[in-house]
Design a protein around this ligand. Structure first.
Ligand code: APR
Length: 246
């Protein structure tokens, strides 16, 4: 692995602009299951379309708040792990400029990352479909626990939904920014993502240079200058130590 680490550090050093793309695999070491790991992935047990799709959210809110919503609230108390902390330090020390994440768990922000593009939304709050007033996820959770399903807006009585991008939703405008930044960057580092879900996986296609740090193989491994199939925290720790010491 060390030769690959050295190559990765050399690519980071040579790059003026480095973008990182993270997926659920970076949060497994915080106790949040990912979606597609064999045996442990969430979608191994649950049909994503029955859990986190707009169809269920809007047409069967009872089912959504009994299942999919619980996946969201289960992440609220999670703590960032070593990987999140190292990426925040790498941003502070100028090694990475933008962090694009498919994760909704807010762990990059909890670890101190500033320039984060949450292309699949986040679990911090929800909004009213009618007047767009915002509401914390904690408040929405309280309403649901008091059998208010679907939860209603306190200003206009409209239906409130989580600010998470679900299957069937369009991506938020920050994805356009992620696309432009990746096009203009020298290097994209993908960490903990199967790269199975579009259009975010296209970032691994348009980037000039690619590093993949992921336990499982992905369809983009052939494009990567460096591919490391080890645990994110171990790899990032080695990369960071090498960056710091030279
Ligand atoms: N270190 C490195 N890689 C890991 C680790 C780890 N500690 N733990 C898991 N992985 C890898 C797995 O091998 C897997 O390939 O992380 C990858 C996670 O892939 P997915 O579960 O598909 O998660 P992700 O790529 O983020 O999914 C994208 O799919 O369901 C939608 O909206 C959801 O944002 C999600 C999107």
């Amino acid at each position: 692995m060390d030769e690959k680490i050295q190559k990765a550090v050399q690519l980071i050093r040579e790059s003026n602009k480095v973008i990182v793309l993270t997926g659920a695999g970076i949060s497994t070491e915080s106790g949040i299951p990912d979606f597609r790991s064999p045996e442990t992935g969430l979608w191994e047990k649950i049909d994503p379309m029955k859990a986190l799709s707009t169809n269920i959210l809007l047409n069967n809110p009872e089912q959504f708040y009994a299942l999919g919503f619980k996946i969201l609230t289960s992440m609220l108390d999670a703590k960032p792990n070593k990987s999140h902390e190292i990426l925040a330090k790498m941003e502070r020390e100028g090694h990475i400029s933008t962090l694009v994440t498919q994760n909704i768990d807010n762990l990059h922000q909890k670890a101190g990352s500033q320039n984060v593009l949450e292309v699949h939304g986040h679990i911090r709050e929800g909004y009213c479909l009618n007047c767009h007033a915002k509401l914390s996820l904690e408040k929405i959770k309280e309403k649901v626990e008091h059998k208010e399903v679907p939860p209603k807006c306190m200003l206009c009585g409209g239906i409130v939904r989580p600010s998470v991008v679900m299957f069937g939703d369009p991506l938020p405008s920050c994805f356009d920014q992620a696309w432009n930044e990746t096009e203009n960057a020298d290097l994209l580092i993908v960490i903990g993502s199967s790269l199975e879900v579009g259009p975010v996986n296209y970032l691994a296609h348009i980037c000039k240079k690619l590093i993949i740090i992921n336990l499982a193989h992905t369809a983009y491994d052939h494009r990567a200058a460096v591919c490391i199939s080890e645990k994110a925290s171990e790899v990032l720790n080695k990369i960071y130590q090498l960056l710091k010491n030279n």
